[in-house]
Write a protein of this length. Structure first.
Length: 686
């Protein structure tokens, strides 16, 4: 049509608040007024301005078929992605006397019952209607300071929802968010035809009206593929003088809208709050260009009021989020295992005290709220699933601005408990064996250097000769072991603390036991070395004649170790520092290494050097076997090794695929190998 501008845009679904009027307990129904068509203040994302939305209550303008079908749903806060969102049905709805009324019948499902009871008890008092707008008549303000009016002249209600907050979902604080305003609306979209008038009608003459233009815009709804075209509107001619006045007013309205939009754009680009834009708009002489300079002046003013120390001198000592996570983790550990040592740590106890008494589900709610979400009206299962980031649609419906950090808290708690328990496990080999690391899983060759060649006399004016070393290599490679601890949403609902105490301790004990099995297995297996001779063998000079532990047998073992020679035949003069026995020889070992030993005969006096031996008792040493070992810093004996950077247990976390929850994987990379036989002696015992 002439003088009509047509465009297609995108707009989100609309909702309006309405009250519950009365409840029929026997029929499980409630009566409600879902609209009166009154004006609601909203925000036009595309033109950057507020407007009053009005719903025409003319029956010709409202598509009631869906709401009157008897199949329209009663939803939980407009949820539409899960069957559990459906709380009931709308069996009847009417539009008469300028208002819309309806009856809603509740489901008898167990999960719906708490919400129905809250309605009966007048705790939940509000409903919200969701509707699509197909055609809107936009009317500019007739005077300065008045808002635009958008009148819906073709619209369709399609669902009614119980809502917790008594405010319209599409107006209020959200529209003041400059980030949201910059990005525009989101959600399901619906085509909508907009008719924008050039000027308001100021005459009652039925033959006079202002010109109008048509626009096509998409509004939110169920279907997204509808195509609309410009429609024809009646154009009524006003008197020439009136037309000039209307045109001037329309031009002034457009100029004012452009001025306000320009000012708001300058403020948004400057990173200042919308309230500052309102201050500038209130200054009638302020233009968009002037607003740019005003924004720069305001930025400079605020910068001058802030401490201008160099950023290089600023250090973040602690982050509030990190402090809260650590405090929650400490509170979980304290509940799982009230450790007296923990209670004596005043700093940790002070931070954790604010969360004491909270169940895992309570902490899940705290984490959701910290991410900007709201759990009111949610079931225990929904809270647990939402906190563990298992269903994105739940987080969106709950209003979360970011993902929950609850999984990080749980994983941190498990990881710390696991590593602490591992460190507390008894490992008897760490004193007499040598610790090392390997960079990767490839085979490692540990070279055993021999003694050097003999020093040679240097005559006056003579030259020094190079010294040589012999070597031999023992090879081994790291092995990888591990297990997974699963924390499901069911364990959060059940407040099951076993994953933070018993399970990590069991896994840590298993890791420490595995190390002991590998290290002591070297002594008991007596495998061949790189020279194809068993570790303990007469050819190695370290296999003694079977005897009980006495001062005599200890002396023979000490003498045999002193006589060991290097690869070049040099005597090494080694001495033992450890006496390694099993439970059956513990008493003998302690007896002959004790300074309190009293001999029956003077010739049985225990030599003082035996008291310097450190007794190591491990149940993996079988029967009467006993061993002497030199200190690992003097000569190589057995070497145990971890992966470089992962000494001990190492944990990783992921969202569970096999389980609905969190999986904490404990990985342990470990290996051990006898590097040299010269520093060890074995006696089969008697």
């Amino acid at each position: 049509m002439p003088n009509a501008a047509v465009e297609t845009l995108q707009m989100p679904m609309m909702t309006r608040l309405a009250p519950v009027t009365d409840v029929d307990v026997a029929a499980r129904t409630v009566n409600l007024v879902w609209t009166t068509g009154a004006g609601v203040r909203r925000y036009d994302w595309y033109n950057d301005r507020y407007y009053m939305e009005e719903l025409s209550m003319d029956p010709k303008h409202v598509r009631m078929e869906r709401l009157q079908s008897g199949r329209a749903p009663l939803l939980n806060t407009h949820g539409r992605y899960d069957l559990s969102d459906v709380m009931g049905v709308i069996p009847s709805a009417e539009l008469s006397d300028g208002q819309g009324t309806a009856s809603a019948r509740f489901s008898k499902r167990e999960d719906v019952e708490p919400y129905y009871q809250d309605v009966v008890d007048k705790i939940i008092c509000n409903v919200s209607v969701g509707y699509n707008v197909y055609e809107m008549d936009r009317i500019p303000p007739s005077a300065d300071g008045q808002p635009w009016r958008y009148v819906a002249i073709d619209w369709e209600p399609f669902e009614i929802s119980l809502v917790p907050v008594g405010a319209d979902a599409d107006c209020g604080v959200r529209s003041d968010d400059p980030v949201v305003r910059a990005k525009g609306p989101s959600g399901p979209m619906k085509p909508c035809k907009f008719s924008t008038r050039n000027a308001p009608v100021l005459t009652t003459n039925p033959a006079a009206a202002g010109q109008s233009t048509r626009k096509e815009i998409t509004m939110p709804g169920e279907e997204n593929n509808t195509t609309t075209t410009a429609a024809t509107v009646a154009v009524v001619t006003a008197a020439p003088g009136q037309r000039d006045l209307d045109a001037a007013r329309a031009e002034g309205a457009r100029a004012e809208a452009d001025r306000q939009a320009g000012i708001r754009e300058m403020v948004t680009l400057g990173g200042l709050e919308p309230a500052f834009a309102d201050q500038l708009i209130a200054q009638r002489e302020m233009t968009a260009a002037d607003a740019g300079a005003a924004v720069l002046r305001e930025q400079a003013k605020r910068s001058a009021a802030v401490n201008t120390r160099s950023a290089a001198n600023i250090q973040t000592v602690s982050d509030e989020t990190d402090v809260r996570r650590a405090a929650m983790a400490d509170a979980i550990v304290l509940r799982a295992n009230p450790n007296p040592d923990f209670r004596n740590d005043a700093s940790r106890m002070g931070a954790a005290r604010q969360f004491r008494g909270l169940t895992l589900l309570d902490m899940a709610r705290e984490s959701i709220e910290a991410a900007g979400g709201n759990t009111r009206g949610m079931s225990r299962r929904e809270v647990a699933v939402m906190a563990m980031n298992l269903q994105r649609d739940l987080q969106v419906r709950g209003g979360m601005h970011s993902t929950s950090d609850f999984p990080e808290i749980l994983a941190s708690t498990v990881g710390r408990t696991l590593r602490t328990a591992y460190q507390l496990q008894p490992r008897t080999f760490t004193g007499w064996a040598r610790e090392s690391t390997a960079p990767d899983f490839r085979q490692v060759a540990r070279v055993q250097l021999s003694e050097s060649s003999a020093m040679r006399e240097v005559k006056e004016g003579g030259e020094y000769k190079s010294m040589t070393f012999g070597d031999s290599a023992e090879k081994y490679s790291l092995g990888k072991y591990g297990g997974i601890i699963a924390i499901t949403w069911e364990s959060v609902v059940n407040d099951d603390l076993s994953a933070f105490d018993r399970i990590p301790m069991s896994l840590a004990a298993e890791a420490a036991a595995l190390e002991g099995d590998i290290v002591y297995g070297i002594l008991t297996a007596n495998a061949a070395m790189s020279d194809s001779v068993a570790l303990f063998h007469a050819n190695h000079g370290n296999l003694l004649t079977a005897a009980a532990i006495t001062d005599v047998s200890l002396g023979l073992g000490r003498a045999a170790m002193r006589k060991q020679t290097g690869l070049k035949g040099r005597v090494l003069n080694l001495t033992p520092s450890f006496l390694i026995v099993g439970p059956d020889k513990e008493s003998e070992a302690n007896k002959y290494t004790s300074s309190n030993f009293v001999a029956a005969k003077s010739i049985d006096i225990n030599p003082a050097y035996n008291t310097s031996l450190e007794v190591v008792v491990d149940p993996r040493i079988p029967g009467d076997d006993w061993f002497l070992s030199a200190a690992p810093g003097i000569v190589d004996t057995v070497e145990f090794s971890y992966l470089e950077g992962e000494q001990g247990l190492y944990t990783e976390t992921r969202q569970g695929f096999e389980v609905d929850g969190l999986q904490v994987k404990a990985r342990h990379v470990f290996a051990a190998k006898a590097i040299d036989w010269r520093g060890m002696q074995k006696n089969p015992g008697a």
